[in-house]
Every structure is written in C-alpha cells, then in structure tokens.
Design a protein. Sequence first.
Length: 521
Amino acid sequence: MNIFNNSDIGSISLIKYVSLFLNKSNEDYNLIQLPPIQRNAVWHVEQIERLWDSIMRGFPIGSFLLSNREKGSVSRGVTEKEQVISKNTGFFLLDGQQRTRAILLGFNHSENARLWIDLKPTLSFDNIEHNDRHFLFRVTTTHQPWGMKCSKPEDKISEEKKHKARGKLYQKSLRYDYQVKINIPAHHGEPVSWPIEANIPIPFDDLVKLCGGYTGFFREPQWNEVIPLIPNDLRQDGWINETEHFSEIIMALKRILDSSSENEYQRSVALLIHNGDFYKKNENAQDAIEVLFRRINSKGTILNGEEMQYSLLKATWDRAYDMVYNIISDDKIGYLFSSTGIVLSAARLARYNINEHDDSSPNVTKFRKWIGDKKQSEGKSFLDEMKHLLETNPESNKSIYHSTIEEFCNLIVFNENTVDDIGIPKKLLLSINSKYYHPVIIWIYLNRNNHLKIKNNRLSILRYLMFSLIGFDDADKVSRKANHIIRNNNHGDDFPDRIIYQQCVKEQLAIIFPSISDFKK
C-alpha cells in the first residue's frame, strides 16, 4: 500500500484505516503494527467518548506517526495481545495507538469495552464545562459495566444506582459488577448491561454495521431496524418513537462511512512517517526511540513513571512483553498486578537478588541506569537478573517470578471450597497497597523449594498483610524495612511478621496494636 509517495506525509480515509486493523480479508491487513516498546490501552472513558464526538462533528483528531517495519521484526497487532515475528514489511505505529484503539471500538467492541450512543441525549448540564458535546457517547467496560456519569464521564456512578440496575438485568440477584456481561450474553437470551445514565442508548458498533461499516458502501437504516438495538428494559412497550437526534447521527455517519463521489469531504486520517533511524551514536546517548516516545507523548497521555520503565525494559529486551503477558493472561494470578506493576515488582526482587539497594519507587532516570549498567553484581547485572526471573521455563511454561506469584496467591487468597478458611478475599487483597506484598514475595521466592514451610507460615503472612491495611503508616518505608529484616535473617527463618511489627513500632511507622484487655475496655 503506497501511502506516502516519496513524502513523509500521507493520508487515507478513516474507514480504510480501520480496515487495516479489522478486515482480515484485506491484503494490507495488519500492515500497521505495534513495536514492543508500545504500551497497551491507557485512555480513560471520557477521552474515548470525546474523540468520537470530535469525529462525528468533523473536528481534527491529529496525525498518526509511523516508522518502517522490516520483515522479521518483533511486533503485535493493535487488536492482539501476543507478539509475533513479522512475516512481511510494513509500518510500526509510534504515535496514535490510543486514538486508533478508540476509533476501532466504534466499529467493533472488544472483550473489555463497548461504545454506545444516546439517541435522545441530555446535552445541557448545570456546569457549563460539561456542555462541550453534541453526540453523547457512552463507554461500558468490565470494570464499569453501567458506564460513567452522563454529565461528567470522569466520575463513577453511585453504588446505589448500580445495585438497582443489577436487579433489573437478570432474574437472579447479582451482587457484584464483575458478574455482569457487557458484550456477549453468557447464555442464550441473557441480556447485557447498558449505560444507565443514557436515555435511549444503542451499541454504536451495531449501528455502524447497519450503515455498512468500513465497506465504503453506506446505507441509511430505518428506525424500525434500530429499535431492536435498544435494551429491552427501556422498550417495555415494544415501540419507541423516532428521535430528532437520530437523523443527525445518520448524517454524521454518512460523512464517515460513505466513500462514493457524492461524499465531498469524507473523514480521513493524516499519517506521518519517521524516516530516520533508531541507532545509538554512542553508549552514553539516550535510546532514540525512547526520546521520540517521550517527545510525542508530551502533549498526550504522558508516557512516564512505571509505564516508561516498562517501555525501557521492552526496548532493551523485546521478549519482556511476552513474559509479562503470560502472567497477566493467567486467570489465577493476572488480577494481582498491572503489567507495569509486574515489572516494578520483579525489579525489586532482581535488586534483592543481586544485593543492591532496595528502591520501591525508582524514577525513570534511575531505572534506565539499572538497565544500562553492565557492571556485574553478585555475578549478574540487573537486566540479566530480570531475564532470569521473567524468562519462561519451556517445561512448566512459567517463569520463576510467575511461579512465585502463583504461590503467593494460593497462600493468601480466601478459598471458598475450604470450611472456615482464613484467607483474604481478592477484593480485600487488592485494597492493600501492593508495596506491602513485596516482602512476602521475596520471602516466598527464597523458600520456593520448601512448600511445607511456606504453608506453615500462612498465618504469619496473613497477619502481616491484614495489619498493613490498618496499622502501618508508610508503604515505601515499611516494605523497605521488611525487606531489610528478611535479608538479615537466615533464609531458614520463618516469615518475620512480629519482628517487622516491632521494628516499625520503634521507628514510629506502625500504630501500637491494642491488647485483648484493651479491646474489652
């Protein structure tokens, strides 16, 4: 596909751009892919909703930056999770991934999110700052299956409203949002959730399909074709009168989807190409692709902190993405950390193993120095140790770190199948600052070959984690102190929860826990 014609600027219609990612019969399918350094979706609901309002209104949505991708490069599709070796040449998408994901959501829902549009929107709110939209889009996600607030999509809907909505959804009573389906019914005839603060919402991707999708052949749907897309609970009488806003939506969609000569200004996307190279000129120079990423993201969703650290690791070791993905995709443990949290957690363990100073919140500059430091400490560099911890063992299909986290979750989490189990429910575990996990993770790693010992220390570990909910004052300092105590104890010792508590009380990092007699008083 000749996009650029000897220039570093090109453009294609928005629907052709979408086809590159969604249409598997397109000969240029997956022409544009993501490099290992790219993160996953990070946009918030309000960003997706406002981008689509801009697209429908003909507002500019910025350019997309590409670079040449050679055959044999490690890459992944925008809609895919696993990395592969490229079979053909093509392009890397360096800037515009979040906008691309948001655009694709309008044509095809994902397993974790769906875009809706309100056919009869409330567009005037008390706060004038919220009156900037003309097309009211709503996003439902697995975390927020009922959408966000209509007036201010940055804010969550009240628990009381969500509780009422869950009661309407199924015949049985549902207690938690994670039991709600947002896209595909679990059983035949079982309905899905919808944005409850919309008046007449319909799934936008279904409406787009009715209009011809990305084929370029636009057709105008009739109102009676649209009514079945409205949630059952909102059309109990079977018929809803056509809204005035519906015709505006269809007109806007025609400008986006119609590639005929009658459409004078079809929506297109501007493409730029980086025509330089990414080779380091000297050892002390910052990685060129890292510099580019920081600069192009300076006015977008900024790539910094843990996100930047993960990107630095992927830029140096492209298999890092696959190793982290193996953990995230494991249903038994994938909920514990985000991908960036895994990298930071593994980094603390790696630093512990090479006997380097513990740092619970390293900045980007420091993390870059760790990765680039070729100096051997305890026989390994930091990067060598990260690879040792995260590299998958072909026999078990798990890394050492993966197995350690699995042991952690098996030990800590409440077991519903065991009578009077004393474990911590997942939701409560996730409310504990993850920095408190690390001393436990390190101790389990050190004793990973002694499962009986780990099991016998369950009460001590649970006591430490439960106390971290209410009794410790500073997660950074307490976790570093606990790691220091574990290092100075013999590896054969039990988990030192009492010693950690006593030391933290002395250093005023913990409250003094009342005695039983004080509780009685």
